[in-house]
Design a protein around this ligand. Structure first.
Ligand code: NAP
Length: 320
């Protein structure tokens, strides 16, 4: 019978993947984590994290991921930075085909591919992407020093990033489609008290306008009473939720919800034996970094149960 190269392959190196990797390395599994870019996922582009337990003063997204990566590294987690072309999750041995044609096999797979920002899907959004349209305040905020900009959305990300953008912009107009924010109350308070933030309620962006040379110049807004107005801004930051990163996933093999997020049970098991999912790629209501990390731990413990007691099929390591 064909032998798998690994007991576990973790796909994705955000908080869920890194925590699962830490647990698996400590559990002495033969584990490989595959990540396409740098570890960290969405946290890497989050300016400031104020609600991760243990960091009483708050921590930057970059530093938090740096610490999570170093923690997993301390226990010898093997990582591979490569693009995955496809996955075959059926059968007892799962296979991961990399874009260079190499095929890696494992007895179990943990999917931690996360999510990405949703698009508004209005005229001008694609055309001006990177020239005034942004989905990352940490990356692009400094380009808008002393300028007037807009943020779209009413969730935690929109309000948190609007606050961050006030460090650079002279005015940040938050455009929200309802008259009530979804963001947590402490963020709402901070935003309502911030002199640089203005709110436009019951309003949607209908079009993003500008020119080839200047980039974004103005937004055509449509209000709930069907009236239209124009807002002059040089940048628009869009934070209207997230979509699952499923490009490499065999969706014909996995059960997903209507938005494409993977359905698991409480132990993080998917509809396929030996395949688990954790973090933002899961179908769920709460998407916090601490949830993702917790789910990574639960998933890895489920993997150990799935694999059975195979402890110490490697030489003992008495140096730690
Ligand atoms: P979210 O909570 O789903 O909020 C999305 C916002 O965008 C909502 O206000 C929604 O309006 C609005 N929206 C959705 N589609 C829209 C459209 N087509 N046009 C205009 N507005 C639209 O998404 P998120 O803020 O990205 O957060 C994602 C997850 O990460 C959440 O679970 C959130 O709690 C979590 N998160 C937590 C923190 C933290 O704890 N500090 C920070 C960031 C993110 P409605 O309100 O009308 O639906």
């Amino acid at each position: 019978m064909q032998q798998a190269q690994y007991q576990l392959i973790i796909v994705g190196g955000g908080p869920a993947g890194l925590t699962a990797g830490l647990y698996a390395a400590r559990g002495r599994l033969d584990v490989l984590l595959i990540e396409k870019g740098a570890t960290g996922g969405q946290v890497l582009v989050t300016d400031w994290v104020d609600n991760y337990p243990g960091f009483a003063e708050g921590v930057s997204g970059f530093d938090l991921i740096d610490k999570m990566t170093a923690h997993a590294d301390r226990f010898g987690l093997q990582k591979r930075f490569a693009n995955i072309a496809s996955l075959d999750l059926t059968g007892d041995i799962k296979s991961v085909t990399l874009e260079n044609g190499e095929v890696l096999t494992a007895k179990s797979i943990l999917l931690c591919t996360g999510a990405r920002p949703r698009k508004l899907d209005v005229p001008g959004e694609y055309e001006f992407s990177g020239r005034g349209v942004s989905y990352c305040a940490t990356c692009d905020g400094p380009f808008y020093r002393n300028q007037e900009i807009a943020v779209v959305g009413g969730g935690n990300t929109a309000i948190q990033e609007a606050l961050h953008l006030t460090k650079f912009a002279t005015k940040v107009t938050v455009i929200h489609r309802r008259d009530e924010l979804r963001a947590t109350k402490i963020l709402q308070e901070k935003a309502f008290c911030n002199q640089k933030i203005e709110f436009l309620w019951n309003t949607r962006v209908a079009e993003i306008r500008g020119s080839k040379t200047a980039g974004v110049e103005e937004l055509l807004l449509r209000h709930s009473n069907n009236e239209e107005s124009v807002l002059k801004v040089t940048g628009i930051f869009i934070f209207i939720g997230i979509a699952p990163n499923t490009t490499i996933l065999p969706l014909d093999q996995l059960r997903t919800d209507e938005s494409g997020f993977i359905i698991t049970d409480h132990e993080m098991a998917t509809s396929i034996p030996g395949v688990f999912a954790a973090g933002d790629i899961r179908s769920k209501r709460s998407r916090q970094i601490v949830n993702a990390a917790g789910e990574g731990a639960v998933a890895e413990l489920s993997v150990e149960r799935y694999l059975g007691n195979q402890a110490f099929d490697q030489p003992l390591n008495c140096s730690e």
